[in-house]
Write a protein that binds this ligand. Structure first.
Ligand code: ZN
Length: 475
């Protein structure tokens, strides 16, 4: 007798990303409820009766992508007139002082909701089905993650939400940030019906004292939650730690017992080889954000070296470009030119960095990241419009990295639920959502232009004179 199932995807080039990295030409995927039942080659024939049969039309069927690091609110500043009103930042620290910290103090609960809505739509339509976001909104802390969760649920993707705890003004504010994370973790992490979970986020080691580090680590341990932090994105992080603690940021984090397999270090641009050894030894992971590193002109991390050493590296977008294909392509290219070595990363390695590696760093590799029986049904179908060469088992990774883009994603399934089909999001009215978000952004930009100020007073811990700029706030 035929087994009743929810969804049968057939006629696909199935890229499993399983341990053997098997690819099935003319393959199929069987889904029942929220789980994958079978993945195979050919036609399952009369073995299953599916409520919904999806013809992949020889498109690529693969696991949904996972984004190792993002900030939804980053999308709210895209092409903003604010950039023309300020002295152009000349380095990473000024980027924070003049752009991101000028913005984040003005963020409201509505901004957080709108950002999560447009960001989740952008992720869904381009094939990313899980992400790790953190928000900095110092004047909208308590409860902000609930507003964002509502938006993510309206779109229907999976994710991790966190508040970026920082001590740049006071320890008290840092503690409130960590507590918001704890509240959200308690509410969501042990509830299996929740697609959105919590984690602990700390801004960076130059805005966090040992006390806050230890408090964050203790809470994460208590709830078995992930920890993440921006690490050595800019030189200010390195200088501050050496000046105040006599060690570099990653050395300091190891010394206070912060690092471990539960920690995701974001960027790691400035790390020494000794610090890479520490990352390897402690089992911490690295989230690599190539396009953001280029935008902010902070440098290029030693990603190929990390991977050779056995450090787990995944691709994030840092709130910049949400299309994973653009991020994969940039990752593929930047290390070649930086190392003057065209062999340095393969297309398969880059696809791993946006699927299985991120699943591993999120500690969900038992249920996500690949198409295998028993795993959660987060599946996408890509139908590329005009590939210049045949797409088959031999060429598919090369096409994913060199040819496809987010607009080629046709179907998106999350937890067994079809949230996009024929390139149309089914869960909400995208046009209406866009109009709403644009209205919210206009209000935010008005506030930024009328009230926005550089945030110079940034380090509660030490206030080194060299960090201040005694300049007026505006042009
Ligand atoms: Zn970031």
């Amino acid at each position: 007798m035929a087994e009743k199932v929810s969804i049968l995807i057939k006629n696909g080039l199935v890229v499993t990303m399983d341990n053997k990295r098997r690819v099935f030409e003319e393959g199929y995927v069987v889904i029942d409820e929220d789980r994958i039942v079978e993945v195979g080659k050919g036609d399952p024939g009369s073995k299953y009766v599916a409520e919904e049969v999806i013809d992949a039309e020889h498109g690529v069927v693969m696991p949904g992508f996972l984004c190792a690091h993002t900030h939804f609110y980053g999308a709210l500043l895209r092409a903003s007139p604010w950039f023309a009103k300020i002295h152009p930042p000349t380095d990473f620290m000024q980027n924070l002082q003049r752009i991101w910290w000028a913005l984040d103090v003005l963020l409201t609960y509505e901004d957080a909701y709108a950002a999560a809505l447009i960001g989740s739509i952008d992720f869904a339509r381009t094939g990313t089905t899980m992400f790790f976001d953190n928000i900095s909104s110092p004047n909208a802390i308590e409860g902000v993650l609930d507003h964002m969760e509502k938006a993510v649920n309206e779109v229907g993707i999976r994710g991790i939400l966190s508040f970026e705890a920082t001590q740049r003004r006071s320890l008290e504010e840092g503690i409130r940030g960590v507590r918001e994370n704890e509240r959200f973790i308690k509410k969501n992490n042990s509830d299996p019906s929740k697609l959105v979970k919590g984690a602990i986020y700390l801004h960076a080691s130059f805005t966090v004292s040992d006390d806050l580090f230890i408090m964050a680590k203790d809470i994460a341990k208590k709830y078995n939650a992930l920890l993440s932090i921006h690490a050595e994105e800019g030189l200010v992080d390195v200088f501050h730690n050496i000046e105040r603690y006599g060690v570099r940021p990653i050395e300091r984090m190891e010394k206070i017992g912060f690092l471990g397999p539960d920690v995701i270090l974001v960027h790691v641009v400035q790390a020494t080889d000794d610090e890479l050894e520490i990352i390897k030894r402690t089992g911490a992971h690295v989230a690599h954000n190539a396009m953001s590193n280029m935008l902010n002109a902070v440098g290029v991390p030693k990603v190929p070296k990390m991977m050779k050493m056995g450090i787990n590296v995944g691709i994030g977008n840092d709130g910049y470009i949400f299309d994973v294909f653009e991020n994969m392509r940039t990752t593929y290219l930047i290390h070649k030119v930086w190392n003057l070595d065209p062999r340095i990363l393969t297309p398969l390695e880059v696809v791993e960095m946006a699927t299985v590696n991120v699943a591993k760093m999120f500690h969900v590799d038992n249920i996500l990241g690949s198409l295998e029986p028993g795993k959660k049904a987060d599946v996408i179908i890509i139908k590329p419009e005009l590939p210049p060469t045949p797409v088959n088992a031999e060429t598919v990774y090369g096409h994913i990295v060199n040819t496809f883009n987010g607009r080629d994603v046709d179907t998106v399934i999350v937890n067994g639920r079809i949230i996009m089909k024929d390139k149309k999001i089914l869960t909400l009215d995208v046009e209406k959502a866009k109009e709403y978000v644009h209205k919210v952004v206009e209000k935010l930009w008005d506030r930024l232009i009328s009230k926005g100020e550089y945030q110079l007073d940034v380090l509660e811990l030490v206030r080194p004179k060299w960090i201040y700029e005694m300049k007026p706030s505006r042009k």
